[in-house]
Design a protein around this ligand. Structure first.
Ligand SMILES: *Cc1c(COP(=O)(O)O)cnc(C)c1O
Length: 387
């Protein structure tokens, strides 16, 4: 046997033990127990028919959670950002115009991504603790005549939920596609792709779906699919919806290899979808609304303020809370982590130093978890050193 001179010696990677915190930030969320089990299912290959049964189950589940009959529905290999990059890069080419309705950090990300593809962006902003009126959006659509409008449904950086009902019709009247981020809202807030006229949407598994990060469902309308099939620009190979449609059997039994899909993630996503199908969407939306209403009553009893002034703008999955003057947000969430082993977050993007962000979603959208977080906050509010 040959001997080898290693220039780097083997590291000593020890088993470590730790107590998992309760994940009550804006994501990732804890997993459904059945999803943890699904992650351990066997890895199979595209040469096994079962591989395509998994894909078919996932596509049916995604049509349900997006409420769409469209065919171009699949999951991108990557976290939520890969869904964002997919819909932007497939639908717009260099020098086309993307109108971005900005009220949080995700719209800023969309702007960065679009700019990297040479897409022209126009940004209209709303104060971060509010949402857009359709009139404001229509004025901007009329003025700028963009190829598409990008808007975030639930914004986890600010805790707002945007009204989208009827917005697709407005966009179409002005010849624009409607692109929507539902990463933190889907399954926690009502969403109807077809009825609301949404042309491209993405979500992710690690928020209200209570799955692991790393796979992002996307869906395109027929209007969007037609543009993709006739487009003049090429998106990145890895995110090419035309090629991925062939891998995901969106238009029949094509079974084209594009890249190796992660079977543990496919099994996990499939199980997340089984959980939603078993509960049903209306019951999932009602559970998220009831848990958050209960949590909000507890917050009001503590005399804390919501960052989002209008109740109808408050997101059911992530709540943003303003602490009394003098509190340090970072010290506050760290105290709750250390003392109670509950993870909540401080602000992000426009809400840095302005709010706490608390996520009650997926498997953690229960009265018990809401009470545990509220009790921990009550405890922390009594600690003078956090002031
Ligand atoms: C978390 C989140 C993202 C980003 O998802 P990643 O999985 O971290 O890439 C995008 N949009 C919204 C609204 C989010 O809450």
């Amino acid at each position: 046997m040959a001997t080898y001179e290693l220039t780097v010696s083997a590291p000593n990677i020890e088993d470590r033990s730790f107590t998992k915190p309760l994940l009550c930030g804006p994501g990732p969320c804890d997993l459904w127990p059945s999803v943890s089990e699904a992650l351990a299912k066997p890895v199979i290959t595209p040469l096994c028919d079962e591989h395509y049964n998994v894909i078919d189950d996932i596509r049916a589940g995604l049509q349900y959670i997006f409420q769409t009959r469209n065919k171009l529905v699949y999951a991108v290999s990557g976290s939520g950002h890969s869904g964002m990059e997919t819909i932007i890069s497939n639908l717009l080419g260099p020098n086309e115009v993307l109108l971005i309705a900005s009220r949080g950090i995700w719209d800023q990300r969309a702007n960065i991504i679009a700019n990297r593809y040479g897409i022209k962006t126009i940004i209209i902003s709303a104060p971060f603790n509010t949402t857009f009126s359709h009139d404001t959006l229509e004025v901007a659509l009329n003025k700028h005549k963009p190829t598409a409008l990008f808007i975030t449904h639930g914004d986890s950086s600010t805790g707002t939920v945007q009204n989208l009902k009827g917005l697709g019709e407005i966009c179409h009247r002005h010849g624009a596609f409607l692109l929507v981020d539902t990463v933190v809202s889907l399954v926690g807030e009502p969403f109807f792709m077809d009825d609301w006229g949404v042309d491209a949407v993405y979500t992710s598994t690690q928020k209200a779906l209570s799955g692991p990060a790393g796979i992002s469902p996307v869906a395109f309308s027929q209007f969007a699919a037609d543009k993709i099939n006739n487009r003049k620009h090429e998106p990145p190979f890895y995110f090419d919806a035309k090629l991925l449609a062939q891998q995901w059997n969106c238009y029949g039994n094509t079974r084209q290899y594009h890249h190796t899909l992660s079977l543990p993630l496919l099994w996990a996503l499939r199980q997340c979808l089984r959980e939603v199908a078993k509960e049903t969407l209306p019951k999932s939306w009602a559970r998220h609304a009831a848990t958050t209403a209960h949590f909000h009553r507890r917050i009001q009893q503590m005399s804390l303020q919501f960052l989002v002034p209008k109740p109808e703008d408050r997101l059911a999955t992530v709540t943003t809370i303003v602490l009394p003057n003098g509190y340090d947000y970072v010290k506050f969430y760290k105290y709750i982590r250390d003392k109670y082993n509950i993870l909540i977050f401080a602000g992000l993007g426009p809400t840095v130093g302005k709010a706490l962000r608390i996520g009650l979603m997926g498997v953690n959208s229960t009265i018990e978890v809401a009470d545990a977080v509220a009790d921990a906050m009550m405890g922390a509010l009594k600690v003078k050193s956090l002031l």
